[in-house]
Design a protein around this ligand. Structure first.
Ligand SMILES: Nc1ncnc2c1ncn2[C@@H]1O[C@H](COP(=O)(O)OP(=O)(O)OP(=O)(O)O)[C@@H](O)[C@H]1O
Ligand SMILES: [Mg+2]
Length: 226
């Protein structure tokens, strides 16, 4: 049996709303095996981003536990948590969150430099990743000189550079036109497989969702395997 990378145990997320509260996720139990790909679909407002934020340790559950390789993420302090995220988790969001004043190469290198990698090694690895996504020739372009699809490819490289085992993608192709959507989707899945990473992704693209190993529907505050 494969190793469980991420495990949700009775996870609930409740937001205060005026004098009452909103239960977004209720007693969620599920696991993600290492090296698998998992897609989550569901209506707008069903809690998909909330779920990803918990999985990526960007937020804490109201109750229950989120375990990464058996370690309770909720028990980590803020400093430990940000280190943990930088080392173990790569994020790809819908709208590119690249730093505008830095080149593609620099944007990709930054997480490696934060991890204490030497500038030489970080640059080498960033070039390799850029090559892999067909953007070596764009290494010195700043994000505003890149197309939407190219920026997403840079974001994928940045998510991968530190060897993060878990890649979390929230509608990674949501802001792209049809042609670049397909290209970026294929690339993300291919690279995750090639590099033996684990993917947890929210997508509205049916075709992309179906290419993943497991597909879940989030509705009525819970997950159902489709
Ligand atoms: N910080 C917050 N405080 C209060 N309510 C919140 C907060 N974040 C999200 N919500 C509410 O929780 C619900 C789920 O939000 P979430 O962003 O997880 O939905 P989603 O499934 O990702 O939707 P979409 O497909 O539109 O991105 C929404 O009703 C939202 O208004
Ligand atoms: Mg969302």
């Amino acid at each position: 049996m494969s190793e469980v990378l991420l495990r949700f145990e009775n996870v609930s997320k409740i937001y205060p709303s005026g004098s009452s509260h909103l239960t977004i996720l209720e007693e969620l139990n599920f696991s993600i095996e290492a090296m698998s790909s998992v897609a989550v679909v569901g209506k707008s407002g069903s809690g998909k981003s909330t779920l990803l934020n918990l999985a990526g340790a960007l937020d804490r559950p109201t109750s229950g536990r989120v375990l990464f390789k058996g370690d309770d993420i909720g028990k980590m302090g803020d400093k430990e948590l940000s280190l943990y995220r930088n080392r173990h988790i790569g994020f790809v969001f819908q709208s590119h969150i690249l730093l505008e004043d830095f080149s593609a190469l620099e944007n990709i290198s930054i997480p490696a430099l934060i991890m204490g990698e030497s500038a030489r090694v970080a640059k080498k690895r960033a070039y390799e990743l850029l090559e892999r996504v067909g953007l070596r020739g764009r290494a010195h372009h700043k994000p505003q000189k890149l197309s939407g699809g190219e920026r997403q490819r840079v974001a994928i490289c940045r998510a991968l550079i530190n060897g993060a085992q878990l890649i979390i993608a929230d509608e990674p192709t949501g802001s792209l036109d049809e042609a670049s959507k397909e290209e970026v989707e294929h690339l993300l899945l291919e690279m995750v497989k090639e590099e033996k990473r684990t993917l947890l992704m929210v997508t509205h693209e049916q075709a992309l969702a179906q290419k993943c190993d497991h597909l879940y529907l989030l509705q009525n505050r819970g997950l159902t395997l489709v």
